[in-house]
Ligand binder design. Sequence first.
Ligand SMILES: NC(=O)c1ccc[n+]([C@@H]2O[C@H](COP(=O)([O-])OP(=O)(O)OC[C@H]3O[C@@H](n4cnc5c(N)ncnc54)[C@H](OP(=O)(O)O)[C@@H]3O)[C@@H](O)[C@H]2O)c1
Length: 338
Amino acid sequence: MSDTSSFRALVVSKDGENLSYAIQNLTEADLPPGDTVVDVSYSTLNYKDALVLKNLGRLVKSFPHVPGIDFAGTVRHSESAILTPGQKVILTGWRVGETRFGGYAERARVPAEWLVPLPEGLSLEGAMAVGTAGFTAMLALMALERHGVLPESGDLLVTGAAGGVGSMAVAMAARLGYRVIAATGRTEESDYLRSLGATAIMPRAELIAAAGKPLQSERFAGAVDAVGGGVLAGILPQIRYGGAVAACGLAGGSELHTTVIPFLLRGVSLLGIDSVMQPRAARIAAWERIATTLPAELITRMTRQVTLEDLPRLADEILAGHVRGRIVVDVKKQKGAS
Ligand SMILES: NC(=O)c1ccc[n+]([C@@H]2O[C@H](COP(=O)([O-])OP(=O)(O)OC[C@H]3O[C@@H](n4cnc5c(N)ncnc54)[C@H](OP(=O)(O)O)[C@@H]3O)[C@@H](O)[C@H]2O)c1
């Protein structure tokens, strides 16, 4: 179906090494292939979006490019039998916003199988406040549960706690009944983290100090780690016998210098978490779990709303580790408009 009407998008262009950003009018002819076009209402700013916006990490193969790894909106038209026009849907991952145009536009085209129906209890805006960050946090918590790390097992550590994945993990784990220890480099965010449900705050430096030691006292039943690097190396020696760490992120580094001793002497497991290529059934299950775990009021407390025009500036802030919680992009709102 061809629709020649235009819509707004944040387009990143590259001239030599210089990047420029502009709000441009596109049509569906500009969009990548797929059987479904979605009217996008909201997107998000994740750490990975910032990498894309600044052309770091070799994520974008060609320019001009429309970033946005997540979006939520309404099916405009679809050739697939699994969706109907007017249905509310969520997209995260699948390398949308990296290898193909993403959610920083009023319309997006993708294969229908990539879209998850909006679960009951979540609004489109709420879904993007959760976004890839919250989806990843829930995948991590579900992986720990499958491993037998349950609220009664002992303390659960969350690292990068003031960031997107971390805030979501703290809030959801606390609602699920865990005693949550929030590790952060920003202890000035302690009140915020306690308001999300953290029981105790741990300075990030304390974890890094434990890196390289084969074993320490058994402090945590499990951990959700959004940081990697020295922080992950400092967690492993402190996990209790039979416990596990769900490794989600690399905000503090992609290298891991450690010993195998916690694996061999304490049966500790390192669980890898990938949100990008998760199969559809697992996505639907995680989103339904999110909708029943996170109250709307708590989502609001973790979120601030911005426009497409704000994103290039905010990308610098998130890369510098200065953003608290989650950023929702109201894609249709124009800067200055009320
Ligand atoms: N596996 C997946 O599928 C998946 C999905 C989503 C995200 N991720 C990854 O998860 C990580 C977090 O993503 P996000 O969107 O939550 O980002 P974010 O909002 O920027 O949060 C990252 C947090 O990590 C901590 N941090 C930042 N720089 C650091 C440094 N140099 N050393 C140590 N800690 C640092 C900060 O927490 P404090 O201020 O509390 O210390 C920061 O708030 C990223 O690496 C991202 O790529 C992976």
